[in-house]
Every structure is written in C-alpha cells, then in structure tokens.
Design a protein around this ligand. Sequence first.
Ligand SMILES: NC(=O)c1ccc[n+]([C@@H]2O[C@H](COP(=O)([O-])OP(=O)(O)OC[C@H]3O[C@@H](n4cnc5c(N)ncnc54)[C@H](O)[C@@H]3O)[C@@H](O)[C@H]2O)c1
Length: 331
Amino acid sequence: MLNVAVVGMGWWGKTLISLMEKSPKFKVVKGVKRNPATEADFAREHKLEIISDYRAVLKDPAIQGVVLCTPHTLHTDQIIAAAEAGKHVFCEKPLSLTRADVVRAISAVNANKVALAVGHERRFEPPILDLMRTIQSGELGTPLQVEANFSQDKFLTLPADNWRLTAKEAPAGPLTATGVHILDLSVGVFGAADTVMCSVRQLGSHLANGDTLAAFVSFKNGGHALLTAILATPFDGRFAVYCSKGWLEVRDKAHPSTPKGWTLTKVVSGDQRTTVEYPPSSSVLANLEAFSDTAEGRAPYLVTQEEMIANIAALEAIIESARTGDKVKVN
Ligand SMILES: NC(=O)c1ccc[n+]([C@@H]2O[C@H](COP(=O)([O-])OP(=O)(O)OC[C@H]3O[C@@H](n4cnc5c(N)ncnc54)[C@H](O)[C@@H]3O)[C@@H](O)[C@H]2O)c1
C-alpha cells in the first residue's frame, strides 16, 4: 500500500481521492491546497488532513508518493521537488509544456530512483489495451493513420478567468484539456512525431482561448494522426487506427470521470466486421493502481519515459504551430 498526498484539490484532485480511497493499493494521507479551510467538509468526510505547504509533504517520512493535480505550469517544478525528496510521482497531464522541461523532470525522477506516472488514463481503457495488443501483434498489417476525437463541453460553465481557459496554462485551447490524451494514444501507436500542423479557432462559445482544435501530426515512422478536440460540443470520444489489413475503432460512451463503457469495432480485409461491447470500468483508477504497482516494484509502468518525452515534444510543436500557423518540426 502506497501512502500518498494529493496536491491540488479541485475537480480532478477530489475525483482521484474518491477513487483511491476505494483501492487497497493506496492510503491518501494528506491533501494540499492553498486555502485548506475551503475544503473542510471534504476533509472531514474523507478523513483527510489538508495542509497548505507542499514542502511539508515532501519532508514527511510517512508519505511515499505525491499525486499532482495542479495547474499545468506548476507540474515540472513540482515533479522535480518530489523526486529530489525521494517521493514517487503521479502527475496529471500534461507532464510539462516543453520538451526541455519534461526531460528535466524525467532526469530528476531517474536520478532519485523514484517512479513517474502520468494521468493518461485512456491508455488503461480495456478496449484501448486490446486495440494496442492487436496492432502490436501485426494481425492488421502496418498502421497507416489515426483518426481521433476527444471533445466535451464541461468548460463552458467555468468562470472566464479560470486558469484552464488562459493562454498561459492552456496554450492551443483544447490541447491540454483533451487533445493531449489522443496525442498520447497516437504516440503509443506510431512513436515519436516528426512534424505538426495545427489550427485553433473560437467558433462556438465564449471561450476566447479557442474552442475548436484540428491537428495534423506526421510521425517519424511515416504514419499520420488527424486529431480533433472541441470544447464547445457535447462529449465525444473516438480513437480509430487504419492499418494495411484492417482497422479498429474505439468509441467511448462517456467521459472517463463517469465511465459508461466502450464499443470496439474491428474490420479485417474482406469486410469481416466484429463489434465488442465493454462494460464500464474506471480507467482512471486502473492508471493510479498501475502507478502504485510501479512505485512498489510489482510491474513496469505502461507508458514509457520515451513516450512521455515524445508526447510533450509533439505538444510543444502543436502549440507553436497553433500560434504561428506554420508547419513545425518536432524537437
Ligand atoms: N486525466 C484527466 O482526464 C483529467 C481530467 C481533469 C483534469 N485533469 C488535470 O488535473 C489537473 C487539475 O485540473 P482540475 O480540473 O482539477 O483544476 P481545478 O482548477 O479544479 O483544480 C486545481 C487545483 O490546484 C490548486 N492550485 C492552484 N495553484 C496551486 C499551487 N500553487 N499549489 C497547489 N495547488 C494549487 C487549486 O487551488 C485547485 O485546488 C490538470 O493538470 C488537469 O489537466 C486531468
């Protein structure tokens, strides 16, 4: 069992606490919030001490790991501080906003021999695990192209000055909210990206930072990904991989915070089509438990450090392309 502190107790921090307290693999010992008094009821209900000082958590020998659910620009330094204090790290996505920063974070993690996991729960969805296994088996031939969409309208009710709607914390609008998940899955299929083109527009809402993203990613191995992320339309989740001998498509029935299951369609050359229904399960908890397994030495983590770097390198290039309108080479 891993004793953890959850840092940042907003929407997602509280969601993760409620999941971890159901798991025998965790004990949530503390929460960190700048103003703990605002979450006094939650602290009582969840039998949790909330403090305001992250450094105190890092000095606490009873805490073995931190779960970072804070604004994006804080992630890199919080990962490094935790690693240097010998704490394992689960960090919400995106790990960093630049390749240089994620490399610094990963170097600190490795220098201090602690585990690093990232909030890309879509990797842990049972149909995505099956999709990745099928592609890796070679049964469908060469992967050619990804088409993916992760859209939702949850941010329409946020106050206009919320950090998640600012260009500093959320460059390229929907990219850091949802786009980064399907970018990560595409990296899982093709590896490192080579060039990107991206356009972000404000078309269907008051979200001045942009509500509609289209990105075109070319990978070093030749594959393409066409990515859509929209914050002004109801939830949609779709990840399809077209291969030389068939294709696969996962359709999500709901956002990962309220799982309702998935459909996996597989079409093999000759038009043999099968559709499998998957019952609801929490991929968010599966990811957290994989973090605990890695921290306690039971299993390697599914997302490799190479993939973490490749994802952020592509994300940085997409941000630059959205800003300039140019095709951008990935570092
Ligand atoms: N994996 C997913 O599907 C998923 C879903 C939602 C959010 N997230 C991620 O979770 C993280 C948090 O997002 P959220 O929606 O919960 O935001 P939020 O605004 O609801 O919560 C952020 C929390 O961080 C706190 N905070 C701000 N500055 C801080 C600081 N300097 N030190 C400590 N805490 C500080 C805020 O007080 C707040 O409690 C982001 O990285 C986001 O991308 C991931």
